[in-house]
Design a protein around this ligand. Structure first.
Ligand code: RIB
Length: 311
């Protein structure tokens, strides 16, 4: 590892309420599920945890509610070793929560109730400016107000800080407002929502990445689940295949990709190696249940990376 990256995540923290089910109830019907898991989640928090577990110094900028989940979330950040000077509790709102349903194939369906995440405003970015000006990379997602995301991209651009946006959950956006980014990293369904183009296979993903590049975004990575990821820039596109894993629960795999990619890139690894490593880090996270609790630490990851790259 050449240098220890300093990464700020400006984003969400949720409590994940994960139900493992064989099927979904019809309207008016009650059915039994298989099991339940409660965990710390939220795309921002997950990405921060992945970056920290990979070895980065991580600064979280987030809002939690004044319910029992709020202090527990802050404590969880601290246990993982994430700086919480800019994580505040907001009176009168709930902490973000995410009821999640995982089917027997490991595929998930998620509903997010944003709660306190929706109160994170551009003024809060300004309040954290001194910390933010000293990081190497800012990581953003879409579980906080879009105005805060757009404002932070301008902030990163003005202060020449690398900026990675994971546009999740997918929603229609002003693509020009995100054109100054370094990396735009949607999954297939987010890329579809944003461009209006179907992404059912690699060829679709390439066409979609082309449209995003044409709109002024400099570098695009479309994550393709068990098909790896597509890296695209002005020089061309490259498909990075996934590693073989035994997937049980894919929840948080995209977050594992983003947090680990930000770290590997911040360490100075070549971009393609950073993407390949992030593919493996994300894949490994699907072998465990839950989000943050399924993420590998760096030592375990390096052992796995070495064994997958022998000879
Ligand atoms: O990406 C997975 C995450 O999406 C979950 O942790 C859930 O909280 C939602 O934000």
């Amino acid at each position: 590892m050449s240098q220890r990256p300093r990464i700020a995540v400006i984003g969400s923290a949720n409590i994940d309420l994960v139900s493992f089910v064989d099927q979904f109830p019809k309207p008016g019907e009650t059915i039994f599920g298989q099991k339940f898991d409660l965990g710390f989640g939220g795309k921002g928090a997950n990405q921060a945890a992945a970056a920290r577990l990979c070895g980065a110094e991580v600064f979280m900028v987030a809002r939690v509610g004044d319910d029992l989940f709020g202090p527990a979330t802050i404590l969880n950040f601290q246990k993982v070793g994430i700086d919480t000077a800019n994580v505040k509790q907001v009176a009168g709102v709930s902490t973000g929560v995410a009821p999640i349903f995982v089917d027997p194939s490991g595929q998930n369906r998620i509903i997010v109730i944003k709660g306190a995440n929706d109160t994170l405003k551009p003024a809060d970015v300004d309040a954290a400016a001194e910390t933010l000006k000293n990081v190497d990379c800012i990581v953003l997602q879409f579980e906080i107000p879009l105005e805060t995301v757009y404002y932070t991209i301008q902030f990163a651009n003005k202060n020449k800080i690398r900026c990675i946006l994971n546009p999740a959950p997918g929603q229609p956006i002003d693509v020009k407002a995100v054109a100054n980014l370094d990396y735009f990293v949607p999954n297939e369904s987010e890329a579809e929502t944003i461009t209006g183009m179907p992404v059912r296979n690699l060829e679709d993903a390439k066409a979609c990445a082309q449209k995003l590049l044409a709109s002024g975004i400099r570098r695009v990575i479309i994550t393709l689940g068990s098909n790896g990821s597509l890296l695209a820039g002005s020089e061309g596109m490259e498909h990075m295949p996934a590693f073989k894993v035994n997937a049980k629960d894919s929840t948080g795999a995209g977050d594992a990709f983003i947090g680990s990619f930000a770290t590997f890139l911040g360490e100075g690894l070549p971009e393609k190696e950073a993407v390949r490593r992030a593919n493996l880090y994300a894949g490994l996270s699907t072998e465990g249940v839950g989000t943050q609790k399924s993420f590998y630490d760096r030592t375990r990851f390096e052992a796995e990376w070495a064994s997958r790259n022998k000879g």
